[in-house]
Structure formats: C-alpha cells, structure tokens
Design a protein around this ligand. Sequence first.
Ligand SMILES: [Zn+2]
Length: 441
Amino acid sequence: MRLRIEGGLVVTMDASGRVLDPGVVEVEDGRIAHVGPEPSAEEAEARSAAGLIVVPGLVNTHCHLSQQLGRGLADDVDLLTWLRGRIWPYEAALSEEDVEVSALACAVEQIRNGVTTIADPGGQHVDGAGRGLERAGIRGFLGRSTMDEPEGVPESRRESTEETLAVQDELAARWDGAADGRLRFSYTLRTIFNCSDELIEGSVERARSLGTPLQMHIAEIEAENEHTKATRGTTTVRHLSNLGVLGPWFLGAHAVWLEDEEISLLAESGAAVSHNLASNLRVLGMPRVADMLDAGVLVALGTDGAPANNRMSLIDELWAATLLQKGMRLDPTVLDARTAFAMVTRNGARALGIDHEIGSLEAGKAADLVLVDPRTVNMTPVHDAVSALVTSMKSENVNSVMCAGRWLLEEGQITVLDERELLAETQERAEAVARRAEVRT
Ligand SMILES: [Zn+2]
C-alpha cells in the first residue's frame, strides 16, 4: 500500500532546491513514488505531516561503528595517548558481540539524529558491525580498520599487506549488497603512518572494481605531512595524487593540514572530503572547509567516533561547522544554510557514490526521509525552513525517521528494538571492555 505523507513543508534538496509548502511525498515498496505540491491520483494511506518539515535522511560520511562503547574513554588527552594508550587497547579488547552492540547503539543514536546512512571508515569485527546495522534497519557502508605497517600497532593487530587485503575481499563478498542492498562494503585505509604504498594501491584498485568509495584518514596532523615527506618525499595528498589514488571514488576524512595546491588536487580529481568538526577541533586542528568549497572540493560531514567526539550528533556538527568557517574567515556569509544542509544530504550521497539512490526527495530514489517537528522552544519561530534546520534544529526535533520505506523512529520512539534494554547492555559491555583493555581514565 502506498503511503502519502501530506501537509508538511517539504525540503526536497533536489538540484533546483525546491521547497514545497505544503508538499506531498508518497512512498511505495521502499521507494519514493511521488513528490509534489499535490498528491498523485494513486490510492494511498494518508499520514499527516501538518506542522512538520520533511527532509531527506541525513548522511553521516564518517562514523566509527565499533567505537561507540569507548565514549568517554579518551577525553582530554593528546593524540598519541588517544590512539596508543586508549583506542588501540580498547579495540583489541572488543569481541564480535561487543561490536554488534556498539554498532547497534551507534546506529540508534544516528537515527535519533535524523541519519539514515552511515559510512564506517574502518573498525573491528566487521561481521558484528554488519549484524548491528542490519538489526537497526539503517543504510550503511561497512569497513575494516586496515594497516600493514606495524609501528606502534599492538601485536594482535599486525597483518601483512596480502592478509589485510584478503580479509577485506572476503568481507566484501559477504556484506556488499546485504540486507536488501542497504549494506555495502568499502575498502578503507587507517592513515599513511601505517599503510604501505602497496596496500594503498591494492585498496584503490579493489574499491574501484567494487564501485564503493575508498576511505582514508588524510592530513590529520602536521606531523603526518612531515612523516610522508620523510618516507615518500612529499605531503600526503600530493603523494596520493602521484599514486593515482585521488578521484571521485576517494573519500578522505579530516583533511585538516592542506596547502592550496593540495586543495586544488582534491578538487580537480573529484575526490570528496568528510569534515568532522568536533573531533577536528578537539585533537587535530581547524580545516579550511570554506576554502575547499571555493575551490570546488566536494565536502560532506561526519561525526567521527564516540571517543573523539562524544556527542555523535550530525545535527550539532552541521550547526557548529558553519560557525567555525564563519569565524575562521571573519565572514558571516560563508557556508550559508543551503550549502551546509547540502553537505549532510546530497553531498554526503555523492561522496559515497550513491546520489542516484539517496540524498534528496525525488521520485525513484530510496524512501529515506525524516520528519522534523519544529514546534519546540528552541526551533520556534521558523521563517526560513532550511536556515532553521541548520541554525536551530536539535536532535529532539527529529520526530520520525524512515529508511528504505520502513519507519525506524516513529514519533520519538525507536521501533526496531527495545531502546532501554540496548542502553543497559551498552553500559554493561562498555565497562567490561574498559576493564579488559585496562584503560584508566
Ligand atoms: Zn576516523
């Protein structure tokens, strides 16, 4: 039976930026069947969205599913302590069941923030993460933390280039296209500190043949460029360009320490950047997002992982990302609301290579959408809906979330599982993992 969502203000985020007030979105068999100011002639079950804003499901282009149990385990520490003293021991202590719960809790937090697509830039126990996402009903790209150079890496995590590629090939065969196509697999590289050129080249080749993005953390800290200069003779982005790795298939995370020429290389190649404001500010620095946009780089947003951000809200990221660029440029016109909201919708979809499927409300695309209720004291009054979505929306304004035609959140209630039970298990497992990892905060 077709579902007709009617009476709401519809922010389509299509190429012309159509806003319909009121508008109608019709859903059938998991797809958007019709969008317009008037209903179609088809018979449908009506759902009133009067007073609500209908937007495309948001896209989180950088979200570490296996780190959710580590929230709060690495606060107020420098980057090396963060990684070697906290995150690697935490990751080494995870079981596959822990990761399933971690991914599930992460997905539920994302759903509550209006997110319907998550890209994991590489975690542990991908089978557990895949089961977690499958249970949550969300769309996602799975990835496995990938390194082949052992410096500083715990013994248990050391793998050769061939081994790490073979494990990913196997995961790609198992998960790419799973859960009715909602799940995809993505080849990932942790950072250039721990990845050989052979691994980088093997990964890009596989990513291109699979047709999903190659994800990599790039230009995170100044010392990374120093390291790349010492080992490869130039900075990370220049080196990746020389290797032929940059292209529309490449999704670089963070990209904090870039020179003008590197921004041009990213733009010319069609590569995408995932900007993760909170974790950048906390440990890495202030990326030149406005400069990247001016140069034509495709920029999307992500939350990063719970131990780097704590507050895994793409809505908060959206708001704060605009402020940072305005402040850096001392120019309040920079990163306007329409540009910013595109980052979490159509740009996110393009960065993941699935803009034909998601990212806007258009007939034929997957039925991934969010009903936002602006009738709260933080969001009322609304003069310009898109502006309000960026500047005043908070997680609590997310009323209902649909992914592939199925409601995952309905009028504030998670429909796919018992959330209280999940939270109790999350707390219990997180404490046990921290004990096993011997992480002391
Ligand atoms: Zn990351």
